[in-house]
Ligand binder design. Structure first.
Ligand SMILES: Cc1cc2nc3c(=O)[nH]c(=O)nc-3n(C[C@H](O)[C@H](O)[C@H](O)COP(=O)(O)O)c2cc1C
Length: 212
């Protein structure tokens, strides 16, 4: 890992930045509320239906939003079967009902591009606009970075991770709920994707709510 790699410590989130638990937190695990799950252009998106399923099992009503670059990895039929709704790539058209505001936002995987866009407030696709709006509204947010070693040392990433951490975002690792995000070895990406446990995300949400 390059020396400039940012250190992320979820236990040192600044107090008071993250909004406190709302009324759904008392019923986590029963009917937790609405969750928007954003899938981006990295291999973990192939597990999108499993990730959605883990959230549904934890009691969340899940809506999946995808970036244009994620599409090659997205199994739309499997996601629709799990969530009851097709993954959404474009904004609704006039006349279509508004989706409910999410009680929690999950971005898993989050690419280098998406992490930097979210931190920089760039809302140039429906997915990035959804993410920026949720963060701007103080929605509890869990991000699972999937970034290769070649990009991990880029100075923009360190700044973006810091910005998001300051905004109250909780990071979950690809190799365990408590693992701080770190660069992905491209050679090992297949194994990392296969062994990723979607339950880590539900656990990260629980920890985020508990610590706020
Ligand atoms: C096969 C393949 C694998 C990729 N894996 C990653 C990855 O693990 N992490 C990453 O940040 N970008 C990865 N990319 C590059 C992103 O897909 C690209 O930067 C894209 O613009 C991300 O857009 P999004 O953040 O809007 O989804 C990969 C691209 C390809 C073609």
């Amino acid at each position: 890992m390059p020396a400039t790699a940012p250190a992320v410590d979820n236990d040192r989130l600044p107090g008071g930045v993250c909004p406190g638990p709302t009324d759904w937190s008392a019923s986590l695990g029963v009917v937790a509320g609405y969750c928007t799950l954003i899938l981006t252009g990295a291999p973990l998106t192939a597990r999108g239906a499993d990730i959605a399923s883990g959230l549904v099992r934890a009691g969340w009503q899940v809506r999946v939003v995808v970036t244009p670059a994620s599409v090659p990895w997205v199994d739309g039929d499997a996601i629709t079967k799990v969530t009851g709704t097709a993954p959404q790539r474009e904004a609704r058209t006039a006349g279509q009902p508004k989706a409910p505001r999410p009680d929690v936002l999950v971005i898993a995987p989050a690419t280098f591009n998406t992490i930097n866009k979210l931190a920089g407030g760039i809302a140039d696709t429906f997915a990035h606009s959804t993410a920026c709006e949720a963060l701007g509204a103080g929605t509890p947010t869990v991000v699972v970075p999937m970034v290769s070693g070649r990009l991990w040392g880029h100075p923009a990433l360190a700044n973006s991770l810091r910005t998001l951490q300051t905004a109250g975002v909780r990071f979950a690792g690809l190799q365990g709920v408590d693992g701080a995000p770190r660069a992905v070895d491209s050679e090992a990406a297949g194994d990392i994707v296969a062994s990723f446990d979607p339950a880590w995300i539900a656990e990260a949400i629980r920890q985020l709510v508990k610590s706020s």
